[in-house]
Design a protein around this ligand. Structure first.
Ligand code: KG4
Ligand code: ZN
Length: 343
């Protein structure tokens, strides 16, 4: 019979992530990361200019057991040492999520250990707990991924207030679209960053901050359109486009307001700590700018390493630990969900 679990102080948790094009597995003991394995189908997806769901699902089917076995081996552990299995159940591509979910359910059942259902976005936020084992709410968090962009007040491990968010595209989505306009291959964000490093941020694109809004609000569609129009105008004139300058100017307009509003919010709320998570937080310009601004404001910044900002399973295990400590266990009837609320 499944259930009747004995809970441990610092549980060994296996995390599984398969929401998009990364098949990932990781092992933590308490807040200590023991191993993290990421297999990515991005090189294959790049041929099509974006994620093809069927290719992602097939890659997960091929690699999920190998990823888990490698994560355990790297941690020097065996399946019987696992105290709980944490898995992303949403949001993401349904077919992709179902692969990780089915694997995790079968494992939890056969080992008779709790199954922990993780919201992928909460996982991004929980990556900070592995960076600083002592981190405790309250604090302010910048979330910037391919699907979400928001500044949050993390009030407790399970209570979040959205202080401001994007009203249209997410920051990562804008990076990917600008990459396409500039003829850069998938995945766009890191390629825009690399190009921006050689350019001057001197083109006046509109900031991603919505002005005169009662609530903090970001918008990336105007910025994206402005970049597209700028490139078209140059090509219509038959002039030479300086793509590096476009990338640098876009990057500044996209990121400066996020950094500014995150720091301002922390100061206003009187919290002493800022954290950040999501793929765009791997951006070098964002990282150095947020580090500088937090230092200037006297705030402590907990910034996960780049590899734990983009999709990984260590963050899923970290959020799994939060669920474990709340005794919030999922049933084996847990289903995948393509869309779930932000937090
Ligand atoms: O968090 P993530 O890995 O997946 C989602 O949950 O969405 O975020 C992926 C997004 C993509 O849009 C990607 O272009 C962007 O993060 N990204 C970056 C960088 N690395 C990844 N954007 C800007 N600069 C980067 N270095
Ligand atoms: Zn993600």
């Amino acid at each position: 019979m499944y259930g009747n679990f004995k809970l441990k102080e610092n549980p060994v948790i296996l995390g599984i992530e398969s929401s998009c094009d990364e098949t990932a597995a990781a092992v933590i003991r308490g807040r200590t990361l023991l191993s993290s394995v990421i297999f990515s189908s991005a090189p294959e997806q790049a041929k099509y200019g974006g994620v093809v769901p069927e290719i992602a699902s097939r890659a997960h089917t091929d690699f999920v057991d190998e990823a888990a076995a490698k994560a355990l081996a790297d941690a020097g552990l065996e399946y019987r040492n696992i105290d709980a299995v944490a898995v992303t159940y949403g949001a993401g591509l349904l077919g992709a999520l179902l692969v990780g979910l089915s694997f995790a359910k079968a494992l939890a059942y056969s080992l008779n250990v709790p199954l922990l259902a993780v919201n992928h976005i909460r996982g991004h936020l929980a990556a900070a707990y592995l960076t600083d084992g002592q981190l405790r709410p309250p604090y302010v968090t910048l979330l910037a991924s391919g699907g979400h962009t928001a500044v949050l007040h993390t009030k407790s491990y399970t209570q979040f207030e959205v202080l401001g968010a994007t009203s249209d595209d997410a920051a990562g989505e804008a990076f990917d679209k600008v990459a396409r306009v500039l003829g850069l291959p998938y995945p766009g964000g890191p390629n825009v960053q690399r190009l921006a490093e050689r350019g001057r941020a001197e083109i006046a694109f509109p900031s991603a901050l919505v002005k005169n809004s009662a609530k903090m609000q970001f918008s990336y569609s105007g910025l994206k359109t402005s970049v597209i129009n700028y490139c078209h105008n140059i090509s219509q004139k038959g002039a030479q486009l300086n793509a590096a300058d476009v990338a640098a100017s876009f990057q500044r307009a996209a990121i400066d307001p996020l950094v500014k509003k995150t720091v301002e919010s922390a100061v206003k709320l009187g919290v002493d700590t800022v954290t950040a998570g999501g793929g765009v937080v791997a951006n070098a310009y964002l990282r150095s700018s947020l580090t500088d601004e937090c230092r200037r404001a006297g705030l402590r910044l907990v910034l996960p390493e780049k590899i734990y900002c983009t999709d990984n399973a260590a963050m899923i295990a970290a959020e799994g630990l939060v669920q474990y400590e709340q005794r919030n266990f999922a049933g084996l009837d847990l289903n995948a969900a393509a869309h779930i609320p932000l937090v």
